[in-house]
Design a protein around this ligand. Structure first.
Ligand code: ATP
Ligand code: MG
Length: 222
């Protein structure tokens, strides 16, 4: 059995009285490309937020990268996210007043990487998502939706995180570009052994995944 990188045991998440997750028990081995599918509102984003230490479960236990997240305080959770997690959000959350390059460099600033190295890594990440031809001094609002999505992906992979959590990362991309992004994910997995959890509605992309889990009404159904 491969080492478990992510383990959830009986995880519940309530938003007020609304149960977004209703007892999820699931493990993901290290180095696996895991896909998550399910209808809108079924709890997929909530699941990623819980794994990434963005949302705390109302009940249940979460272990990620050898850490029991339940035991971590806010500062420790922030450190955990900076150190281990790359996140591609469903809405990209790029910072509009910063340039593309600065947006991509952000995780490296948080990790205290010196400027020249940051620059080099950010340009490399932009190339990996097929944006090598774009002026990195532009602002996010000067890009198309698909280009902005790729900047968000570059930001998530720039620090070569141990775990990549991607919430519909290809939702705004044409199928050729979506495939380029999937190839980038696969090479990160192969070369660095990173664990990937990706939510997608695009069934064509499931062939890139090692495993697929379906979620419905806050529960794992298969
Ligand atoms: N911050 C919040 N406050 C209140 N309810 C929330 C919040 N976030 C999510 N929910 C509710 O929890 C449920 C699960 O939401 P979630 O975002 O995880 O769904 P999803 O599977 O990612 O859906 P989609 O495919 O549309 O992105 C939904 O019913 C949603 O309305
Ligand atoms: Mg979602």
């Amino acid at each position: 059995m491969a080492e478990e990188e992510i383990r959830l045991v009986d995880v519940h998440k309530y938003y007020g009285a609304w149960p977004a997750l209703r007892g999820v028990t699931y493990s993901i081995p290290r180095g696996v490309f895991q896909c998550v599918v399910g209808p809108s509102g079924s709890g997929k984003s909530t699941l990623l937020h819980v794994i990434g230490g963005i949302d705390k479960p109302t009940k249940g236990d979460v272990w990620v990268a050898g850490l029991h997240l339940n035991e971590l305080g806010e500062n420790e959770l922030a450190d955990f996210r900076n150190k281990y997690i790359g996140f591609v959000f469903q809405l990209f959350y790029l910072i509009p007043r910063m340039t593309i390059l600065e947006n991509v460099e952000l995780p490296l600033i948080l990790r205290g990487i010196p400027k020249a190295k940051r620059r080099e890594a950010a340009l490399e990440a932009l190339k990996m998502v097929g944006l090598g031809h774009i002026d990195p001094k532009k602002r996010p609002t000067q890009l198309s939706g698909g280009e902005q999505q790729r900047v968000a992906i570059a930001r998530a992979i720039v620090a070569k995180p141990r775990i990549l959590l991607a919430d519909e990362p290809t939702g705004n991309l044409d199928s050729a570009t979506a495939k380029t992004v999937m190839e980038t994910f696969l090479s990160l997995k192969r070369e660095l052994g990173i664990t990937i959890v990706m939510v997608t509605h695009n069934l064509e992309l499931l062939s890139y995944c090692d495993r697929v889990v379906r979620i419905r009404d806050g529960r794992i159904v298969e």
